[in-house]
Design a protein around this ligand. Structure first.
Ligand code: CTP
Ligand code: CA
Length: 239
């Protein structure tokens, strides 16, 4: 006879995952965007659904269909995404910020399509686009939980890091975990040809308050990365 191995479970838990990349509109036809495909967020949604969670995917310009059984909330900009996550935060057991959120948006949205020549005699003038900071959604979600004085939702952040003169990927990831105040930070190594839109990646799982070395997952398909991330979340949820 075949015996089923008991699977780790998220049965009955409400999880809200942001995925994709925000678009910050300049005018009705143009935006500032990024290369996030949403694949990692979709993989996280799929694994969570398979493990029995009630999954909401806050999808910012995701190019692929959502897995079956997942409720999709489409958003475009960082401000839209902030609103969608905040509205669902208090009732969630787990929040995952897998979306690539634009740090800045154009200071002004122009209602009509921007023309290349604004004024006669100034054909060579290039417009300067002024930017303004977007809210830090992850930090705000942590702050909201702190104000409510609750342990839930568990909050997971992602960090796309390249490493630079100041330090390697893990150095930046540790600093980011401390700065954001979330429970888990999944650090992704990125470069121009790595991770974005690809099917495989390598991540390091950093746990807040833990002195243990971060667990590394990969190089592996995004489905395996997602499974490893949920394993880490389940360890935090366990009594
Ligand atoms: N994030 C967010 N709101 C923002 C920017 C980022 O919630 N305005 C979230 C991302 O979804 C991710 C985490 O914060 O889970 C880290 O994103 P990252 O861009 O790596 O961090 P930043 O704080 O924006 O730092 P920097 O881009 O300067 O490295
Ligand atoms: Ca950023």
């Amino acid at each position: 006879a075949l015996y089923a191995v008991p699977q780790p479970t998220l049965a009955g838990l409400r999880v809200v995952i942001s995925a994709g990349g925000t678009r910050e509109a300049l005018d009705p036809v143009r935006f500032l965007g990024n290369r996030s495909s949403g694949k990692q967020g979709l993989a996280l949604a799929q694994v969570a659904a398979e493990r029995g969670a009630q999954v909401t995917l806050v999808a910012a310009n995701v190019s692929l269909p959502a897995p079956p059984g997942v409720q999709v909330v489409p958003v475009e900009s960082a401000l839209d995404l902030a609103e969608a996550m905040t509205a669902r935060a208090d009732d969630a057991d787990v929040l995952v910020m897998a979306a690539a959120v634009a740090d800045f948006r154009p200071k002004q949205y122009v209602d009509a399509k921007i023309k290349k020549t604004h004024a006669p005699g100034h054909e060579d003038d290039a417009p300067v686009i002024e930017l303004t900071r977007n809210p830090d959604i992850l930090a705000a979600l942590v702050q909201r939980r702190r104000e409510r004085g609750t342990a839930r939702p568990v909050i997971v952040g992602f960090a796309a890091e390249t490493g630079d003169d100041e330090g390697d990927v893990l150095h930046h990831a540790r600093a980011k975990l401390a700065r954001k105040g979330c429970d888990l930070l999944i650090a992704n190594e990125v470069g121009r040809d790595v991770t974005f839109g690809k099917d495989e990646s390598t991540v390091h799982v950093l746990v807040a308050g833990s002195t243990a070395e971060p667990v590394t997952i990969g190089p592996a398909p995004k489905a395996s990365i997602a499974a490893g991330v949920w394993d880490a979340v389940q360890q935090l949820l366990a009594p």
